[in-house]
Design a protein around this ligand. Structure first.
Ligand SMILES: [Zn+2]
Length: 408
């Protein structure tokens, strides 16, 4: 692949350092130099004058649901689509996330067994546009739950499930350890798994080389997850003091994603009269209040907190994912820069890949932004401000030709 030199860009490198004017050289999939780079370094390649726009790492969505059908492009009232339509939705939503500036996505569960695995593999060959995807399968729900699939109970059934996940090729396993008030009032305090089941799932996942993430609302579900070695904890709304201490103690091994986007969107939603969201709205009120205290506290304790907010509902569509960054500013006391660090540098750590920072050796997943997102993160929601979207050194969206110069 020919080298690409991006010149005259304000570099936000993902670490939180203030943006500075410079150049970035990309060779193959990687960033190979950053700073003051002679044009000759791109000999035989391409030089792009960024015109002083901001160059930043691509965004990482920490709680993606590509098979949840609705998107900013298409309103889909049904939730679980027939298999053929679901596959189409995953393909479409993968492209939409990439076009929204998300070059990576960590799945929080799929509605089809292999849809994410199939689409991930096609993305990786370059046949389909989409983010790097840490794929999951159908979320592990206990027997008798109203979810799409019920699984057997007991530690052995858990091990079978994890081995099955390995066979179908997922990157990680999503467990539902507590219930969810938005689906069933009061159930956020209910435990959906036993200690033995969670331990068995995590132990088998370690043997199979898979990560485990989990839906954890009740305090005891958080503790159960931490004792077993769950890597990504979603929500954590009802963490008590002991759970907070345990989260802090595990901070170098874990990530927490509150998934606040769906909560804000639930409160904002104005559904048509035949759709009753009153239960969901009532459930969302205490979550906002608790999360507004919990997340700043966890952050002070050094826990890695990630944006990502259950996008895919008609009232919270895929493609609006960058809204979460503004929620971090409005609700959790983040500066725009802090929110960007969470979505880039910390997101790279979540993905377990060298991405999310602009530095030599890192994957060239980059956005060129018309303006300064460190002043206003909401601007990332405006597609016209994303002048360039690059993943692994390949342009998904190239800057307008007028901005490009020939190598001297
Ligand atoms: Zn979710």
């Amino acid at each position: 692949m020919r080298p690409i030199l991006l010149r005259n860009v304000r570099i936000f490198d993902g670490t939180g350092s203030p943006p500075y004017l410079g150049s970035v050289l990309i060779e193959g999939e990687h960033i190979t130099a950053v700073g003051d780079i002679p044009v000759a370094a791109a000999a035989g390649g391409e030089v792009i004058n960024g015109g002083g726009a901001t160059l930043m790492p691509g965004l990482v969505e920490a709680h993606a649901h590509l098979s949840w059908p609705s998107s900013t492009e298409r309103f889909i009232p049904e939730f679980i689509l027939p298999p053929d339509e679901m596959l189409l939705a995953v393909i479409r939503n993968a492209r939409i996330l990439l076009e929204a500036g998300f070059t990576s996505a960590y799945s929080a569960g799929a509605l089809g067994e292999r849809v994410e695995v199939l689409v991930r593999d096609e993305i990786n060959t370059g046949a389909l546009p989409g983010p790097r995807l840490r794929a999951a399968t159908i979320e592990r729900s206990p027997e008798g739950d109203e979810a799409a699939v019920s699984h057997g109970r007991g530690p052995e059934a858990m091990r079978d499930f994890v081995r099955h996940c390995k066979e179908i090729g997922v990157d990680q396993v999503k467990l539902i350890i507590s219930g969810e008030d938005a689906l069933k009032p009061g159930s956020s305090q209910e435990l959906m798994c036993t200690e033995e089941e969670v331990q068995a799932a995590c132990d088998e996942a370690r043997k199979q080389g898979l990560w485990v993430s989990a839906h954890t609302q009740a305090s005891e579900s958080i503790k159960m997850a931490l004792r077993a070695g769950v890597r990504v904890l979603y929500h954590c709304t009802y963490a008590d003091e002991e759970a907070l201490d345990m989260l802090q103690a595990a901070r170098d091994q874990i990530f927490v994603a509150p998934a606040i986007g769906v909560i804000v969107a639930t409160l904002e939603a104005t559904p048509p009269p035949h759709i009753d969201m009153s239960g969901m709205k009532a459930a969302a009120v205490p979550v906002i209040e608790l999360a507004s205290k919990l997340i700043p506290d966890l952050r002070r304790r050094g826990v890695r907190i990630l944006p990502g907010g259950d996008y895919g509902f008609p009232f919270n569509p895929n493609g609006a994912n960058a809204r979460d960054l503004q929620h971090f500013v409005d609700l959790f006391g983040y500066t725009p820069t802090d929110a960007l660090v969470a979505a880039t540098k910390l997101g790279g750590e979540l993905m377990g890949l060298e991405l999310g920072q602009i530095k030599p050796g890192y994957l060239a997943d980059l956005l060129l932004v018309d303006g300064d997102p460190t002043k206003n993160v909401s601007m990332l929601l405006d597609r016209s401000k994303l002048l360039m979207i690059m993943k692994g050194g390949k342009m998904h969206k190239a800057p307008a030709k007028t901005a490009q110069l020939q190598p001297a």
